[in-house]
Ligand binder design. Structure first.
Ligand code: UD1
Length: 425
């Protein structure tokens, strides 16, 4: 049998100390893709050490960009030698977010492709809004079981695009496609996430003309070419939220460093409402969070930014399992984002679901169990539950967690958590 890695956690006392948040995964990925747009050297700082970032670097190298580490978290990227506009389907399949390289490729080379050998139903992914945007700029999209090909005979021409839903990926892809298009592109009902703003500020440093990022109307005035630059990725608001929640769930006291409070307002507001202590030191990008008693239950509904982030839903659910009463969650951004429920229930949680709604009745204590990380944020929720539970928790399929949490074992160990990565048969 193949060897596999698991996380072994012995639940224990409160987490205490300091944790430094890494650069945002969801900013690093589109910004790496954006590097395809220019022919001059780019330096990125604050790049988190993550599996998803490795995959995006693989995508860039496959296309012909030179990518090298010049420090622990700093990359030098030179995309002057790009020699193909086709991303292998294996890479797209490993990470859906690689699709965000299509907009930059289309903008610079007038074509972008991905192909699946033997057919893998690649058209089934929800990319309709991305395609709608590309088509509005004058591109043709071919999507079938074997390929997605976006091409244009002439130049991309700026246009007005209304997104039916403020999709993060579609906003990024269209914004990047528009940077080298002719004339003005207006994206209406655009996503407003901080990662959109970070991407726009990076593109602007490259010479792009972008207004309104962070609002629901983004205007891109096409330019002829983009230049080199240096940029630091913003802190990961979801990683920060995860450590804040783990701190209060274990009745601990943790100082979170490199966090921008305004990016996680709903998380802070909910924690205060539930009875946690949250102290922001804005000028130093620090948040201190603690709790010394069971928290009160609450209700949350996930929404596009600035609403409550879907990426913190699973972790909040973990916290609610040990609150003093009944909490409710409504997930409105993604379908099927309750896979962690079954796993948390294995640890003694009392969660019932109906469609996109969950009811969580707080229990006295969770107990350790053998559980599976069903996706990235579900994995983080199980780590939190394991650190709080009595006894030992073994989490399998931890590759999901490695996609988005940089040095998770080291960070929790430093806070006093008993957590180890072990290889088993
Ligand atoms: C990004 C984040 C992800 C986060 C999500 C929502 C990255 C790499 N990932 O994902 O962590 O959970 O935003 O905050 O930044 N949709 C369509 N058609 C489309 C595109 C999306 O129907 O063309 C739907 C999706 O199925 C989903 C919803 O819109 O139900 C939100 O998706 P979107 O905002 O695009 O999320 P991602 O960019 O994939």
């Amino acid at each position: 049998m193949d060897k596999k890695e698991i996380l072994l956690i012995n639940g224990g006392g409160p987490l205490r100390g300091e944790v430094i948040i890494s650069g945002a995964k969801n900013s690093a990925l589109p910004i790496l893709a954006a590097c395809v747009l220019g022919t001059e050297e780019i330096i990125l700082d604050g790049v988190p050490d993550l599996k998803d970032v490795e995959i995006m670097i693989e995508v860039l190298r496959h296309l012909g960009s030179k990518v090298e580490y010049i420090g622990d978290e700093s990359l030098r990227i030179d995309s002057s030698g790009i020699n193909t506009c086709e991303t292998p389907f294996e890479l797209m399949d490993k990470m859906r977010a690689s699709f965000v390289v299509m907009g930059p490729l289309l903008s610079r080379f007038k074509e972008a492709h991905t192909k699946a050998p033997g057919g893998c139903n690649i058209g089934a992914r929800p990319i309709d809004l991305h395609l709608k945007g590309f088509e509005a700029l004058g591109a043709k999209a071919l999507v079938n079981d074997e390929a997605i090909s976006i091409t244009t005979d002439g130049e991309l021409i700026g246009n007005e695009i209304y997104l039916d839903f403020p999709s993060v990926g579609a906003t990024q892809n269209i914004m990047m496609a528009a940077t080298l298009a002719k004339g003005e592109t207006i994206i209406e009902n655009a996503a407003k996430e901080p990662e959109i703003v970070d991407l726009a500020s990076f593109l602007s440093k490259m010479g792009a003309k972008i207004k309104g990022a962070g609002t629901s109307t983004i205007v891109v005035d096409g330019v002829e070419k983009l230049t080199g630059t240096r940029h630091t990725i913003i802190p990961d608001r979801i990683e920060a939220a995860s450590y804040m929640l783990a701190a209060v769930m274990t009745k601990g006291d943790v100082t979170i460093k490199n966090v921008i409070g305004s990016h996680i307002r709903p998380v802070i507001a909910k924690l205060i409402e539930m009875g946690a202590s949250v102290e922001e030191i804005e000028e130093e990008d620090i948040i201190k969070v603690s709790a010394n008693q069971k928290l009160k239950p609450t209700n949350i509904q996930t929404l596009p930014y600035p609403g409550f982030p879907t990426d913190a839903q699973a972790q909040f659910m973990a916290l609610m399992t040990v609150c003093d009463g009944e909490s409710k969650i409504q997930e409105t951004v993604f379908e099927n984002r309750f896979m962690h429920v079954e796993q948390l229930n294995k640890m003694g949680a009392a969660i019932a679901t109906s469609g996109n709604r969950a009811t969580i009745v707080g229990v006295d204590k969770l107990h350790g169990a053998d559980v599976k990380a069903t996706d990235l944020r579900a994995g983080a929720a199980l780590v939190m539950a394991g650190l709080t539970a009595s006894g030992q928790t073994r989490i399998s399929d931890i590759y999901h967690i490695d996609r988005g949490y940089s040095k998770l074992v080291e960070k929790f160990t430093k806070l006093g958590g008993d957590i180890k990565r072990v290889t088993i048969d």
